[in-house]
Design a protein around this ligand. Structure first.
Ligand code: ADP
Ligand code: MG
Length: 268
């Protein structure tokens, strides 16, 4: 039972005006408990404040998740690290905390053939970072290039790039698929320059740097872009066979046979 000597309707309105929706929703329940259990007034007030804070944090993370456009269902839990033995799970977990690299605008680059788990790992890392309070945007590189190009046509390129500053991490998936024509690729060049040492990029690409001459319009631009990207960067070389293909092969082998990755490689 709530205390009879206050106007509950008026309190509810006040809590709305004060923008305390969590307290507004929970106070009757908390008050009833407090009365029943004889909580001191300060404890009751502290419990309400804590509740509002926790709800705010939850809503903020939910907003950041919605804006991040991550790939659905790709998590670090569902990522099979044994498929990419060259990558240390401990290192990925450390990156998922964010502090060590996002604070200084360092980058993460993932290279490897299609199907090796680059997009999965990038999105899963983005999810962990959002859950840890960072802001992330996952985008296919071609989509972002199109947006930035159209911004440039409206003489808004700088503003559009500045708007992306709110994201501590910008994930550019499939850099190599950007078309080779000069106009398109230079927006990526501008973006790399603008974020350099301030805001982080995570780039996935099927081709290593050697082939990036086909990504940027000329060699000087390629060199300058690569130079900035790698200056403070962690590089994951994910040179593994397609995960799906391998799974299919292992299924075909049937139970009782050792999986391909358990066999000892004698070559080299
Ligand atoms: P890439 O971006 O390198 O081409 P993807 O991340 O799109 O590869 O992976 C292709 C599919 O295989 C996705 O469904 C992904 O979830 C899955 N996959 C790839 N690697 C792994 C892995 N190590 N553990 C679990 N699933 C994986
Ligand atoms: Mg991919």
């Amino acid at each position: 039972m709530t205390s009879p000597d206050i106007d509950a309707g008026r309190l509810t309105l006040a809590l709305s005006d004060l923008r305390l929706p969590a307290i507004k929703a929970i106070w009757p329940e908390f008050a009833a408990r407090a009365d029943k259990e004889g909580w001191p007034a300060a404890r009751f007030l502290a419990a309400l404040a804590e509740h509002e804070m926790a709800e705010r944090a939850r809503r903020r993370i939910q907003r950041h998740l919605d804006e991040a456009r991550l790939l659905p269902g790709k998590t670090l839990d569902s990522f099979d690290f044994s498929a990419v033995p060259m990558i240390s799970k401990a290192q990925v977990m450390a990156l998922a905390a964010g502090d060590s690299w996002l604070e200084k605008g360092a980058n993460l680059l993932m290279f490897g053939p299609p199907g090796g788990g680059k997009s999965h790992l990038a999105s899963a890392l983005g999810l962990a970072l959002v859950e840890n309070g960072w802001r992330v945007l996952f985008t296919r590189t071609t989509d972002l290039v199109q947006k930035l190009q159209s911004a440039r046509r409206d003489l808004q390129l700088e503003a559009a790039i500045a708007k992306l500053d709110k994201y501590h991490l910008l994930i550019l998936d499939d850099l190599a698929y950007v078309s080779k024509d000069q106009a398109e690729t230079s927006v990526i060049f501008e973006l790399i320059g603008a974020r350099y040492e301030r805001r982080s990029l995570l780039i996935t690409a099927n081709q290593p740097f050697g082939a990036w001459n086909s990504v940027f319009p000329d060699q000087a631009m390629t060199l300058a872009a690569v130079d900035r990207l790698v200056h403070h960067a962690t590089i994951f070389e994910m040179n593994v066979e397609s995960y799906r293909r391998r799974e299919a092969i292992e299924r075909k082998r049937g139970p009782g046979r050792p999986p391909t990755r358990a066999t000892i490689k004698t070559s080299s």
